[in-house]
Design a protein around this ligand. Structure first.
Ligand code: 3SL
Ligand code: MG
Length: 242
């Protein structure tokens, strides 16, 4: 079995792919499902999300997302796991659009056979699911920030790689070796996330509690899973809890 870590999204994914945007999109996605959401629709653009809401009965969709870390005008929520954890989304579908994380999921879904969203909060469950599903390769794809590598995502990829290596034999690529090195030298999750450029930026926006939340290790067993059995609205990917 091959284990590969892409420090930024690119390329083809023939088998299992786990998308990571620890700060904050995939952490928030896990939280929406934890808080009862029926499903998540990750949109290609904010306008797709706003259009869905306009064309639906009030209350069907809750819109969550950000630009520059701040809520998008017309959306109901930002991209905050702390905010999401304080809500109850039972019976609602959450529609998400974020700067990097939702786009990384769209890139992965172009070729990936099985697509999961991973964060530190669901790291052990995501690794277990990937190991149980893969037949050939597990790819861990870091979203990064604006086409630049993010320390927080590479650190989380290293955590996932550690879990996977404890579950069986893998041949690993250089990306996985880099992620493991970052994990082993990066301190604890809060130190790693807090010292990243994006962690510092969120703290400067008064969103340091989100960084703390995102550093929680394996606190959830929910693994957002791309639903390939149903046809989602155009321009969206549908993830359900698994
Ligand atoms: O880039 C993204 O998709 C976001 O997760 C960034 S932020 O942490 O919400 O600013
Ligand atoms: Mg990020």
């Amino acid at each position: 079995m091959k284990l590969r870590v892409d420090l930024l999204p690119h390329g083809q994914y023939p088998d299992v792919v786990m998308v990571i945007d620890v700060l904050r999109a995939t952490t928030t996605a896990v939280t929406y499902l934890e808080r009862g959401a029926d499903a998540l629709l990750l949109t290609a653009t904010p306008d797709v999300a706003l259009g869905l809401k306009l064309g639906s009965q009030s209350g069907t969709y809750a819109l969550g997302g950000e630009r520059g870390g701040l809520p998008i005008p017309g959306f109901d929520f930002g991209n905050s796991p702390v905010e999401a954890a304080a809500q109850n989304f039972t019976g609602r579908t959450v529609v998400m659009n974020t700067t990097n994380g939702t786009g990384a999921a769209h890139t992965a879904a172009q070729s990936g056979k099985h697509v999961f969203l991973a964060a530190l909060t669901n790291a052990h469950a995501a690794a277990r699911r990937a190991r149980a599903t893969a037949t050939e390769e597990i790819a861990i794809v870091c979203a990064g920030t604006d086409d630049r590598v993010g320390l927080e995502d590479v650190y989380a990829a290293g955590v996932l790689a550690e879990y996977l290596l404890a579950m069986g034999e893998f041949s690993i690529d250089d990306g996985a070796r880099i992620a493991l090195t970052v994990r082993r030298s990066g301190g604890n999750p809060l130190e790693a996330l807090g010292s990243s450029a994006h962690g510092a930026r969120l703290a400067s926006l008064g969103l340091g509690e989100d960084v703390r939340f995102a550093a929680g290790l394996s606190t959830s067993t929910l693994v957002p899973t791309l639903d390939t059995a149903s046809d989602p609205p155009p321009g969206t990917l549908r993830f359900i809890g698994g």
